[in-house]
Design a protein around this ligand. Structure first.
Ligand code: CP3
Length: 372
């Protein structure tokens, strides 16, 4: 294990017993920790005001701006974690890949990656070393953020290799990721090389966020739900494990409980995929500290399938954020109650905050959950 720096908040103890971090150790803190995927973003008027003149990817690379945007939802909602303001394509961009984020559309790549020659070119050109050298704005944004957050942990993240590959092969968003899935089946070796390359970039991106001060990370596999379990295990899971391999080596000492000697702990990892009810066991096999569950499967059922041993995160249905108070409150109580079947529960949505969400609804959910 490689130890985090002496000033890291998990090492100084500032965040090592925060409700989120405790829940990720399988513990049940006094109050259920709450954060929301995409809590920093368009649902907040203060975000829209700041972003007015800045393109998304420019905002991600402006440390002061990225840090301020990361902090906005923490101040407003009193959530138990910040999620770093960035995007899954940022490591590709910093490694040199030509990519843009088009509002209302998605990531658009100037050159789709489809052939053995394309993949070879990417591996040789957009290297992890090149990414490492370009990551200073990300490290700086994390340092600025962590300095302001105090006891609230920062969650770093990266896109999982399949999700990134689905965009790269297509050149942009697609519904069923057919091109990517066809490549996987027809040229497994090219596919393997492609996933290994993106996994290494995601690994370096995660490592930089943790070294600069993030107290946990989440691997987002937005599109893994389009895969069968067998294909996920064979063609995708090894690359996701590889994306987590660098942070899995980072750790810190924690004072032992009840007089036991101190213990060496890994930096906690959350693994989340959308539409992944059928993949739950396969996601858990990668050995994360918690599995993120989307809204399609109840938490008690998810917990039982995982042997009642895996901390779970989730799984409010984002559609309920726009529903009448009574419906939302009943749904929240149901999610919190079912979440008690797992060894630990982190309340979150089953996918990101929709941009049209009334932010007062999110604040209310935090208050109700903390009082539950
Ligand atoms: O919880 C988090 O904030 C985690 C980080 C995260 C973001 N985007 C932050 C973000 C993750 C995992 C993503 C994934 C992502 N990014 C996807 C996959 C689908 C999904 O929702 O999981 C896609 C398609 C993108 C691309 C993207 N990101 C576009 C097209 C845009 C809009 C561009 C613009 O000009 O605003 C974004 C913006 C983005 N990504 C925001 C955040 C917090 C800010 C604005 C928003 O609320 O959408």
């Amino acid at each position: 294990m490689r130890l985090l720096s002496e000033t890291h908040p998990l090492v100084t103890g500032v965040t090592s017993d925060a409700p989120l971090v405790r829940a990720l150790r399988g513990d049940r803190p006094e109050r259920v920790p709450v954060w929301f995927m995409r809590q920093a973003g368009r649902s907040l008027p203060e975000y829209r005001a700041l972003r007015q003149e800045t393109r998304m990817l420019d905002a991600c690379l402006d440390p002061a701006l990225a840090s301020e945007i990361t902090l906005q939802p923490v101040r407003r909602h009193g959530v138990d974690a910040a999620v770093f303001f960035s995007d899954i394509v940022v490591p590709l961009l910093l490694a040199g890949v030509e990519v843009d984020l088009v509002a209302g559309k998605g990531p658009v790549f100037a050159h789709p990656v489809r052939t053995a020659a394309d993949v070879e070119h990417c591996r040789a050109t957009y290297t992890p070393e090149r990414l490492r050298e370009a990551l200073e704005p990300v490290r700086e944004a994390v340092r600025l953020t962590v300095a302001e957050l105090g006891e609230t942990p920062l969650v770093g993240f990266a896109g999982a290799p399949f999700t990134l590959a689905a965009y790269l092969v297509e050149g942009g968003p697609s519904r069923e990721h057919l091109r990517a899935r066809t490549l996987m089946q027809s040229e497994p070796e090219v596919w393997h090389d492609l996933l290994e390359w993106v996994a290494d970039l995601s690994a370096v991106f995660l490592e930089a966020q943790v070294e600069a001060g993030a107290s946990a990370v989440q691997l987002f596999d937005s599109w893994a739900g389009s895969l069968s379990v067998n294909d996920y295990r064979e063609y995708v899971a090894p690359a996701s494990a590889r994306a987590l391999s660098l942070v899995r080596q980072l750790g810190f000492h924690h004072p032992g409980w009840h007089g036991y000697a101190d213990v060496a702990l890994q930096v906690p990892v959350i693994h989340f995929a959308v539409g992944s009810g059928h993949l739950l066991e396969a996601l858990a096999e990668l050995g994360p500290d918690a599995v993120g569950v989307d809204w399609r499967i109840p938490l008690d059922e998810a917990s039982e399938r995982l042997g009642s041993e895996m901390p779970l995160q989730g799984n409010l249905d984002p559609a309920l954020l726009g529903a009448p108070d009574e419906a939302l409150e009943a749904h929240l109580a149901d999610v919190l109650t079912r979440g008690q079947h797992a060894p630990a529960h982190i309340l979150n949505l089953g996918h990101g905050v929709p941009p049209e969400t009334d932010p007062a609804v999110l604040t209310r959910i935090v208050e109700l959950a903390h009082a539950f």
